[in-house]
Design a protein around this ligand. Structure first.
Ligand code: ZN
Length: 261
């Protein structure tokens, strides 16, 4: 069974900006999905902001092993109930990859629980991406460093929690550096943030970038059955404790109670 990927695109710049439409005539989401579909181990489809429920219905999420998210101009237009549904799917075991300006997307910020802010400059600088974790599966087949001739600069400090692993760091011509490939575990789900992908440059046509995203899909894929309720917090009564125990002292809660949220 191939890994089922949904590439979620905001699909706003592609409709409004001639430069972006010229680079990505079918949308950035389609370019990313097309590249993934050249891998026989992956089958990728797309969803966009403008779809009903932004294309993120419960059924679609249940049929998605790894979700890829690109957004920029319309983060605020994503409905909060959809954000919660996406985060619940991640906590239940769905893989998630957030690209470039998705650092400020609602689901990424909710999953990180942090400002996710950074410094930035749109000046077409050269970005040199350095591998920082040898033999990491997300870096498989990649050189120790590779360049993107034109990219937007993102600089540290990047306001995210410390990752499990830093797979890449980026250097920019203006002197800044940035942790550009970060892994996280959130609930049962694996999360990867990958920095490159400003919409006015052909970044998602770059073979190395495509390789990173395909590797990240395979890394984030979790073959286990999705948790039915990743927010469950069951009470375990004394009489079913694994070792025999006697109840001691006063208590606030009654048997069978749900507990406070
Ligand atoms: Zn950008």
């Amino acid at each position: 069974m191939p890994i089922r990927v949904t590439v979620w695109g905001e699909n706003v710049h592609e409709q409004k900006n001639k430069v972006v439409a010229g680079i990505y005539p079918n949308g950035m989401h389609a370019a990313i999905a097309d590249a993934l579909n050249t891998d026989p181990g992956i089958v990728a489809g797309t969803a966009v902001l403008q779809d009903a429920e932004h294309g993120m219905t419960a059924e679609r999420l249940a049929a998605t092993d790894v979700l890829i998210w690109w957004g920029h101009a319309a983060h605020g237009d994503v409905q909060d109930d959809v954000v919660e549904r996406v985060c619940n799917a991640v906590w239940g075991g769905m893989g998630a990859i957030f690209l470039h300006s998705a650092h400020f997307s609602k689901p990424f910020k909710r999953l990180m629980g942090a400002p996710c802010n950074l410094t930035w400059r749109e000046a077409g600088e050269r970005e040199r991406i350095w591998l920082t974790s040898r033999s990491h599966p997300i870096a498989a087949g990649l050189p120790d460093h590779f360049e993107l001739e034109h990219e937007e600069m993102y600089g540290e400090p990047f306001g995210v929690p410390d990752p499990m692993e830093t797979v890449f760091v980026s250097w920019f011509q203006g002197g800044e550096v940035f942790r550009s490939g970060l892994t996280y575990k959130r609930g049962a789900g694996s999360v990867f943030y990958f920095r490159p992908g400003h919409e006015t440059y052909p970044t998602y046509h770059d073979a190395n970038v495509q390789k990173v995203i395909a590797n990240a899909v395979k890394w984030a894929f979790n073959p286990a059955v999705r948790l039915a309720d990743p927010n469950a917090a069951p009470n375990v009564p004394v009489d079913v404790a694994l070792e025999p125990i006697e109840e001691r002292g006063p208590r606030l809660h009654h048997d069978g109670e749900e507990g406070f949220r």
